[in-house]
Design a protein around this ligand. Structure first.
Ligand code: SAM
Length: 283
């Protein structure tokens, strides 16, 4: 069961960290973990920055180790980031050094752990390497049940991860792609949508909050439909608009506060969405 109050409480703590996870994305992590979480297999994040989404993953996937990979570049201008991204990341981290970013991360994890009575800290491993080195040294050694792709925003960076899904992920893994529809980084979407595994080995499930979520090798195949229906149910009970795509993958948007607060406006809006071509609202 999702406990919205504890999610909000965790969010108040983890949002001390610089970075790019909003409350809705944290809730998405919880919904995913609630629908499918294997208590024995770790979760992987590529691209930690200051650790905000890593902390969120650790809160949501609360039964497993979380491995996180980032070289913690001393200088984003000498990283694979595009120049404008480097400027943005440098600003968004409050110009903290890698050591300061890591220290702050562990402080916040301590705080989170104390409010959750959870061995949060002992479940998290930071690997200060690039994705390439991580894959070179670790690939084939352990497999993961979820991967948050939030690292290099280039076509080659995303593509090279997707290429090794079979060695990296167990069947029924979550693939969570950050910035999938960020118009500033079309290469991410291009790498995902042009990959031969798209809709063959990894299947669209839910899109929202700057992320696209896929299920890797659903087993049995019917699980894919069940998972989509379960997530749609979870979202239909809250203040979101839920729309179905042709393959029943779902698109979720948060309703504006003034709409969410007015049930009459909300129901009129949902009726309108029902009529939109290609989409129908749930149920
Ligand atoms: C947009 S930030 C990630 C945001 C983060 N997940 C959050 O919660 O705020 C992108 C991160 O990817 C990292 N990165 C860039 N190239 C990488 C690579 N080749 N391997 C691993 N991480 C990389 C950068 O150091 C940066 O911290």
């Amino acid at each position: 069961m999702i406990d919205e109050e504890s999610i909000k409480r965790d969010y108040r703590v983890l949002s001390q960290l610089c970075g790019f996870l909003d409350l809705e994305a944290l809730e998405l992590f919880h919904f995913l973990a609630n629908v499918l979480q294997n208590p024995e297999i770790p979760v992987l994040e590529i691209g930690v920055f200051c650790g905000r989404s890593l902390a969120g993953l650790a809160c949501a996937f609360d039964k497993v180790p979380i491995v996180a990979v980032d070289p913690f570049f001393e200088d984003f201008y000498h990283s694979p980031a595009y120049e404008d991204e480097a400027k943005f990341l440098s600003w968004a981290s409050n110009s903290m050094s890698p050591a300061q970013r890591k220290d702050h991360f562990w402080q916040v994890i301590d705080q989170l752990g104390s409010t959750r009575h959870d061995e949060l800290k002992s479940r998290i491993t930071l690997k200060q390497v690039t994705q390439e080195s991580f894959l070179n040294s670790e690939l084939g050694k352990s497999k993961f049940q979820a991967c948050h792709l939030a690292g290099e925003h280039t076509f080659a960076g995303v593509r090279s991860l997707v290429d090794v899904f079979d060695e990296l992920l167990v069947p029924n893994s979550w693939v969570i792609v950050d910035d999938l529809f960020n118009a500033g980084f079309p290469e991410i979407s291009e790498a995902i949508h042009t990959h031969e595994g798209h809709r063959k080995s990894f299947w669209p499930v839910v899109f929202g909050f700057n992320k696209g979520v896929y299920l890797f090798r659903p087993d049995p195949p019917e699980l894919l439909g069940e998972v989509k229906a379960e997530l749609a149910r979870a979202y239909s009970s809250s203040f979101y608009s839920v729309r179905f795509m042709r393959d029943n993958a779902i698109r979720v948007d948060k309703l504006a506060a003034e709409v969410a607060a007015r049930p009459d406006v909300r129901s009129r809006l949902l009726k309108l969405l029902c009529k939109a071509p290609m989409f129908r609202s749930y149920p």
